[in-house]
Write a protein that binds this ligand. Sequence first.
Ligand SMILES: NC(=O)c1ccc[n+]([C@@H]2O[C@H](COP(=O)([O-])OP(=O)(O)OC[C@H]3O[C@@H](n4cnc5c(N)ncnc54)[C@H](OP(=O)(O)O)[C@@H]3O)[C@@H](O)[C@H]2O)c1
Length: 325
Amino acid sequence: MEYTRLGSTGLQVSPICLGTWRFGMEHEESGVIETDRQEAHELLDALAERGGNFIDTANGYGGGRSETWIGEWLDDRDREDFVIASKCYWSQVSRFQENLSKKNVKAEVEGSLERLGTDYLDILYCHRFDGETPPKHTLRALDDLVSQGMVHYVGISTCEAWELTKALWEADVHNYEAFSVTQPQYSAAYREPVAEYLDVCADQDLAVCPYSPLHGGFLTGKYERVGDGEVKTPDGSRGDITEHFEDWYLTADTWDVLDEVRAVADEVEATPAQVSLRWLMDHERFTCVPIIGARTVEQLDENLGAIEVSLSDDQFERIDDAMDT
Ligand SMILES: NC(=O)c1ccc[n+]([C@@H]2O[C@H](COP(=O)([O-])OP(=O)(O)OC[C@H]3O[C@@H](n4cnc5c(N)ncnc54)[C@H](OP(=O)(O)O)[C@@H]3O)[C@@H](O)[C@H]2O)c1
């Protein structure tokens, strides 16, 4: 596998990152764990066997199970062979501590390190801004963690373009470690809400690791329109077991994109999932490393196959043009 330098960081990562959001995720009604411990370890084994080295998790995924299971899996491995990103947010050590207060951020990272069984995170993202803590306090806390070696690079996930710009400015004027990696929701089927955010990333040389790069599985082509606005959803898929899937993911625009992705996939003898991921990796404005969510080793292998696919400029642009942004 050829590795990619992650933007302005000193990290070399596989061109695709494995996301672990669904590790240990318990579905409320059925109580079913979406990806259990054994399945999680099989996915991580497969990733490592194929040469993948980049893993994305968060303090809260599966109520901490995602980090714990990754940590257990890492026990038999060399930590230095992997680039591990986690996130802080959605958890308060005290009701008097905002999510991104100095104390909370430090406590969250200590918890992540303990669950992961490691003494550093390669990347720590703020999952969101909390809207209360002035960013300079959060940035100061992140800067301390970097100075102490607990975190090597810092990043931000979902936020407004102006918030990202302001945080970069604050880091600059206070001489704090600045965000160098970003994690927006972004895919061929989800663009307009992040267009300005991505302009900032391109301008400031921030690496982009898009989440939901297959639009929750929609861009695999496994959902079908069956007249009257009805959608045929495969049994057990995210669309089947998750509320609001259709409202969130399926709009007239997204079907147009899927049609074009399918047409290109036929031309290059690849699958729609592979073409959608390749389209992301081919971005030239910034380093773009999609974070895939795979439920099975078969899905993981299909998605990693995107690394071998190549698109012509014309095919890239046709997908680009399939959605009015
Ligand atoms: N920062 C944030 O706020 C945030 C938010 C969301 C996610 N993330 C990160 O991004 C990662 C990926 O997000 P995501 O899971 O939404 O990504 P995604 O790649 O858009 O969707 C993944 C889902 O699509 C289906 N799928 C994937 N590959 C497939 C294939 N080859 N064939 C058929 N179905 C396939 C699977 O669901 P089914 O089999 O169940 O249909 C899988 O769970 C997460 O694990 C997490 O690390 C971050």
